[in-house]
Every structure is written in structure tokens, then in C-alpha cells.
Design a protein around this ligand. Structure first.
Ligand code: A2P
Length: 330
């Protein structure tokens, strides 16, 4: 099993390598790939050194799977070239997500859709992944009509430059590189990605469209407000869910507890609820603050937290790869 990690020197690529190592992914050869400027650089994986190669070299090595996290335009250009060489690409960018011919996969939700013919598979947006893991069992049981979500997103979702901006601001350095149009430390920015014509941001529209595609139900109504906060460990979400049918709060908690990939942290008497500080470097989705919305019939409030670089990106991609290997779909 030859595995290429495209964008191996980047923020998500680095976590992909870590997750492959931790989960003891059954690979025999690792091919770290990055841009020309990084070719020859050494990457340590399971105590061994691997040299970074460029795209052309990697394609010629015919990897079985390529995990891509090198930006949308790189994916658009190179994913088809890897696919033509027989490689199955799992792409973390937004390039292929809404392409009707490509599957958008969160293993806990819709891995069953995958077949041996899927050569480019899309990894969803980080905020969407953690939300649908919790929504799916609830939709199966109570039928979701509408979701209202507000996010509190970590600066790591923007990349290294954003982390640097926040840390510089914390140290009082005012002339460092800026990833955001405003100061992020001691602030909250109600804009993630660019604005679209309808007044929503691209991130908000991703959450709306991707949720329906992954859940396989275009009737679910979703509205989102996505917000950047000066936090590092993961993304948090306040989610209000209206169901067709009534529910029992205790049953919702028990469903969450039983769902693979979810950890229920909901014990208000002991002040237990999910927080990004605790979700950091964890692969699971953390759910808490489950309570009835007393202003609307059949409606629930919950709080969902996950490490956006892990379950929101690298872990989800590696889990797709694991599924392909287990089911012999490559
Ligand atoms: P490099 O480090 O050589 O620039 P991040 O999202 O954290 O900025 O990381 C982006 C990743 O994608 C990096 O590993 C970067 O490599 C890689 N990358 C960017 N452009 C290309 C390209 N054209 N071909 C291959 N890798 C690329």
C-alpha cells in the first residue's frame, strides 16, 4: 500500500502524517509531496526519513491512495492526473465537494456510498463534518426539518499565518503578517471566507450545501452564521435542530452516547460540557448542552466541538482511506 500525502509540509498535511502513524495505517511506502520549494526536505514518519517529492514524481510512483491538502487549485489540476494513473484521491479542498459526480464522505454518515469506481473522493468542510456526525442518528430517528447553526471557529482553520497573527497580537507585535482583515486576539470576526451575493459567506454556504449532500436529503433546511474566534484547539458550534417528530432528551443523549465517533460530555451538575481546549488533538466529536428549545415544538439545542484539523480534516480523510482498504475498494 503506497500512500502519498500531498501538502505534507502544510498544517493539515502534517496532521495527516501524524494520524496515519498513530492509527498504524497499513502502508508499505510513504510518498510526501509538496511544492518545488520543499523538494528534498526530509519528513520523519515512524522513525524513518522520507524525502519530499514534487507532483510529477509522485504521479509516476503510482500511489494506491493520495491524501490531498494542498489547496483548491492544486487539487483541480492534479487530482485528475493522479486518478488517471490509477490512484484514489481523497481531497481535503473544496474543489470537488459539490461536483455531482464526486462523493462527499463522512465515514460515520455515508461511507456506504463509496465504490471501487470513485477515484476522486471529497473530504467535507471542517465545520460541516463535526455537525453531520451528530445530526445523522437524530435525522434517522426523528427526521430533521431545519437546522440553525452558529459557529465559533479556531484560527488553525485559516492556516499557519493566522496562528502567527494571533500569537503576534498577544505579544504586542503590530507589524506581523495579517491573515484576517482585523485583529483576531481579544476579538470575534463574523466572517469566514469571502461574502457571496446573498450576504452569506462561502463558509456558511458550504455548511448549508454540504450538509444536504452528505445526509442525502435536499429537504433539510439549514442556515448558518460562521464566526472566527481567538482559539486554537478546535471549532465549536451552537446547533438548533427542529424535527418532524417529538423526541425525548434522555433518548437523544443515549443516541449520542451510542454513536461511534461521538463522545457525550453532558453533565451540567458537574459543569461538564465540550470545550475546544479538551477536543484538541482528539479524533472524536464532542457533544453536550443537550436541551429542549422551549420556544419551539419538537426542537432541540446542542453544542458540538471537534478538533478541526483532526476530525474536521486529517482524521476524516484517513478514516475514508481506512474504509477503502477494509472494503477492498482500491
Ligand atoms: P510547500 O510547503 O512546499 O509550499 P498550508 O495549507 O498549511 O499552507 O499548506 C499547503 C501545502 O500544500 C504545503 O505542503 C505546500 O507545500 C503544498 N503545496 C502548495 N502548492 C503546491 C503545489 N503546486 N504542488 C504541491 N504542493 C503544493
Amino acid at each position: 500500500m503506497k500512500i502519498a500525502v500531498v501538502g505534507a509540509t502544510g498544517l493539515v498535511g502534517t496532521v495527516m502524517l501524524k494520524v496515519l502513524e498513530e492509527r498504524n495505517f497499513p502502508l508499505t511506502e510513504l510518498i510526501p509531496v509538496a511544492s518545488e520549494k520543499s523538494v528534498g526536505k526530509e519528513i520523519t514518519f515512524k522513525g524513518k526519513q522520507f524525502k519530499v517529492v514534487n507532483m510529477e514524481t509522485a504521479i509516476a510512483m503510482k500511489p494506491d491512495i493520495a491524501l490531498f491538502s494542498a489547496g483548491g487549485s492544486t487539487s483541480l489540476k492534479y487530482a485528475p492526473l493522479f486518478a488517471e494513473a490509477g490512484t484514489t484521491v481523497i481531497d481535503n479542498s473544496s474543489a470537488w465537494r459539490m461536483d455531482p459526480s464526486k462523493k462527499l464522505i463522512v465515514p460515520e454518515v455515508n461511507a456506504y456510498e463509496l465504490s471501487i469506481d470513485d477515484k476522486i473522493i471529497a473530504n467535507p468542510n471542517c465545520s460541516t463534518i463535526q455537525m453531520v456526525v451528530a445530526l445523522k442518528p437524530l435525522h434517522d430517528k426523528y427526521r430533521i426539518k431545519r437546522v440553525v447553526v452558529s459557529t465559533y471557529q479556531s484560527v488553525t482553520g485559516t492556516g499557519v499565518k493566522a496562528v502567527e497573527q494571533m500569537m503576534n497580537e498577544r505579544k504586542g507585535i503590530t507589524d506581523g503578517p495579517m491573515a484576517y482583515p482585523y485583529q483576531i486576539d481579544l476579538n470575534v470576526i463574523p466572517q469566514i471566507d469571502v461574502f457571496e451575493a446573498n450576504g452569506y459567506t462561502k463558509e456558511e454556504m458550504k455548511m448549508i450545501k454540504e450538509t444536504r449532500k452528505i445526509m442525502g436529503d435536499e429537504s433539510i433546511r439549514v442556515t448558518a452564521t460562521t464566526v472566527r474566534i481567538p482559539v486554537m484547539g478546535g471549532h465549536s458550534e451552537s446547533v438548533n435542530i427542529e424535527f418532524e417528530n417529538d423526541f425525548d432528551v434522555a433518548d437523544v443523549k443515549s443516541l449520542m452516547q451510542k454513536t461511534p465517533g461521538i463522545i457525550l460530555e453532558d453533565d451540567i451538575d458537574n459543569l461538564k460540557y465540550p470545550m475546544p481546549k479538551d477536543a484538541h488533538e482528539k479524533d472524536e466529536v464532542f457533544v453536550g448542552r443537550i436541551r429542549r428549545d422551549e420556544s419551539m415544538p419538537n426542537t432541540l439545542n446542542m453544542w458540538i466541538v471537534a478538533d478541526n484539523l483532526r476530525k474536521g480534516a486529517a482524521t476524516n480523510a484517513v478514516q475514508i482511506a481506512e474504509f477503502l482498504v477494509q472494503k477492498e475498494l482500491i
